[in-house]
Design a protein around this ligand. Structure first.
Ligand code: FE2
Ligand code: FE2
Length: 302
């Protein structure tokens, strides 16, 4: 059995004070939003509880699906790197960026450089240059494929985009891993499809192309964050619905309900010529204690 931990949207703080030059950028909007809706900080109680519970379940690997920062400042990127180092070595942890990590133009270079070891393909493990997407890492019978939907957007927007060339390469990686009989896990920050039509300002703008690629080339699981809520949707696979699982923010301050700080464990077992996947959501309940909130089982091929 392979146990994969999935954590997302930790939005590490503290948010630094803004410089006068930031007043002309999108960061002003971000700062106002952050003050209004969030009080996450590096090493928040909730995040510490979530990470220690995750560790206690001894995952074989941990995936972090983006939004490690709030406004993509240099200090936040450095904090996030320190946090990644504490979470685990690159052989044990894989990360991808979210829209907050690409908050302003130029932020890409920071995550591609500072977080590269956690975003490298197996081929690049010996020499890590700037991270490139998509990348693929093989862990036993599991292939982790990291996609970036992180793009700088206009103020008040939180959309994502994968793009044509990344999608093309994703198809090749899915074919390669599929031919090897691996359990293919795609990591992407934005959900492949939003259910709420009023949320267009935060959707994956080329979601249709992404879903078509996954449908045609196959995958066993899609993991995402972004919505800060526990959610399950599906992409129509060739043999049935393919699960897309979203987790809440790992550092949310709420207790209880689908938005409470939490994470998921994905237990992958190879059997009967396919795989059985058990998804276990754990989060902080009203009492402040962390516990199991939901569990579901899937059988591939999808
Ligand atoms: Fe987020
Ligand atoms: Fe996000």
């Amino acid at each position: 059995m392979f146990r994969l931990g999935h954590l997302s949207d930790v939005h590490l703080g503290p948010v630094p004070s803004l410089r006068p030059s930031d007043l002309v950028t999108k960061r002003v909007v971000g700062y106002a939003n952050w003050r209004r809706t969030r009080s996450y900080s590096l090493g928040s109680d909730a995040l510490e509880k979530v990470v220690s519970d995750l560790r206690a379940h001894r995952p074989d690997h941990i995936a972090v699906t983006g939004d490690l920062t709030n406004m993509a400042t240099r200090k936040e990127f450095e904090n996030a790197r320190t946090w990644l180092e504490a979470l685990g070595p690159p052989e044990h942890v894989t990360a991808i960026p979210g829209n907050h990590d690409a908050y302003v133009p130029g932020a890409h270079e920071r995550f591609r450089r500072l977080w590269a070891p956690w975003m490298a393909s197996d081929d690049d493990a010996a020499f890590v240059g700037p991270a490139l997407f998509p990348f693929m890492r093989r862990k036993g019978h599991v292939a982790l494929i990291g996609v970036s939907s992180a793009v700088a957007t206009a103020p008040f927007m939180a959309t994502g985009r994968v793009g044509a060339s990344q999608t093309k390469r994703l198809c090749t990686l899915l074919d390669e891993a599929g031919a090897a009989g691996l359990f293919r896990v795609i990591l992407i920050h934005h959900p492949p499809k939003l259910i709420d039509p009023t949320s267009a300002w935060r959707k994956l703008t080329d979601g249709r192309r992404f879903r078509r690629a996954v449908q045609q080339h196959g995958a066993e699981l899609v993991l995402h964050g972004h919505e800060h809520v526990r959610m399950t949707t599906a992409i129509k696979g060739r043999n049935g619905p393919l699960p897309a699982i979203g987790v809440p923010s790992g550092s949310a301050t709420m207790r209880g309900g689908t938005r409470a700080a939490g994470y998921a464990l994905h237990e992958i077992v190879e059997e009967d010529g396919g795989y059985t996947l058990t998804v276990i959501h754990r989060a902080i309940g009203r009492s402040g204690e962390i516990g199991e909130m939901a569990r579901s089982t899937y059988k591939s091929p999808f």
